[in-house]
Design a protein around this ligand. Sequence first.
Ligand code: FAD
Ligand code: DHB
Length: 393
Amino acid sequence: MTQQRTQVGIVGSGPSGLLLAQLLDRAGIASVVLERRSRDYVLGRVRAGVLEQGAVAILREAGVAARLEREGLEHHGVEIAIGEQRYRIDFAEQAASLTVYGQTELTKDLLDARDARGASPIFDAADVAIEEVAGTRPRLRYRLAGAEHVLECDFIAGCDGFHGVSRTAIPPDVLRTHERVYPFGWLGVLADVPPVSPELIYLSHERGFALCSMRSATRSRCYLQCDLDTDVADWSDERFWDELETRLPAELAAHLTRGRTLEKSVTPLRSFVAEPLRYGRLFLAGDAAHIVPPTGAKGLNLAVRDVHQLAAALVAHYRERSDSLLDGYSAAGLRRIWRAERFSAWLTSVLHRFPGRTSFDRGMQLAELDQLVTSAAARAAFVEAYTGSQAEA
Ligand code: FAD
Ligand code: DHB
């Protein structure tokens, strides 16, 4: 058995874990990141793609935004299509914008930054166990190629996503969870075809929700609402493009370019919040603490803001010997998180086709969407929530 010591032990090398390590490093705080999967697996995942201005500012502060600023696509509006009707919501009134940049690319930039500092995550770490977080000397135990290792830490950051182990280290009589599971998922594809339109389009259609997003001028990322038991094997590329074409307004469908898909996967939709975010010397961040349905594009942005807040609290602990930010981490984070949960659940509820819905339910959805596209106040509230222009760090 080998024994090692660090200041902050980080479980998980998704965007949360990698960015936390990077922010701490910039402040002279040592950390070690343990990742269950291989480097190739982590680099191969295709997920979110929309960054708020505030998240971009945090990535700039972390010194990992150079490529993002070169290659990311800045958007100043978004489109909502209700059947054949198209509406554009302009962010300009609030001087807001979003940057479209794939999570896959961000993960690569973060890993490159860790590698350049000689502080790469420990990949393929098996059976990670979190111990003694209620005391003053927490530790992480893990196995690497069969050998057992122990990492002594001052603090542990649980950045290991929804299916990680960190949350389970909080005793059941302390941990409270709040959850809504949706009766549908998203079937997503990535394809080297030009986007159907220069801006994102969220579609409310009789056959179900759809979203046309992108990664570049030549790469599209598109999603279709699907049943939870959807098997990607049943969805040929032709079937996917046919269904998307059906859900698009005719004038956009005419511009749809079809092509071979590079990736195809089904994501179930869920809203989930765990509290508290802190137990003793363990702090939860990102998907380990909360899940939003992807409709509002908030998952990645919340993760970035969580670890920014956690890094600031740890810096205050080490530099100023002040624990007030660590003590306030859970309450401040939860307030921000619940606001993003509200927006994501609301947007999901107005855009998707719910099984068993009545004509009254559809009338309500259409009235909500009508309010959104016709009322300046409703549009302003939407832009504020969607672009994160009011979110606190
Ligand atoms: P993750 O990215 O999940 O990273 C957690 C890391 O911890 C992983 O690398 C995992 O392998 C590792 N890990 C897990 N358990 C252990 C363990 N026991 N020991 C060590 N390491 C462990 N958001 C959007 O806004 N739009 C989208 O379209 C979208 N699509 C998504 C599709 C999928 C399939 C998923 C899962 C999420 C999607 N999200 C989307 C959400 C967004 O990607 C997440 O919010 C974001 O990845 C959160 O980052 P994270 O670092 O907290 O968690
Ligand atoms: C993307 C994903 C989302 O969930 C969303 O709301 C907008 C864009 C994307 O992958 O590009």
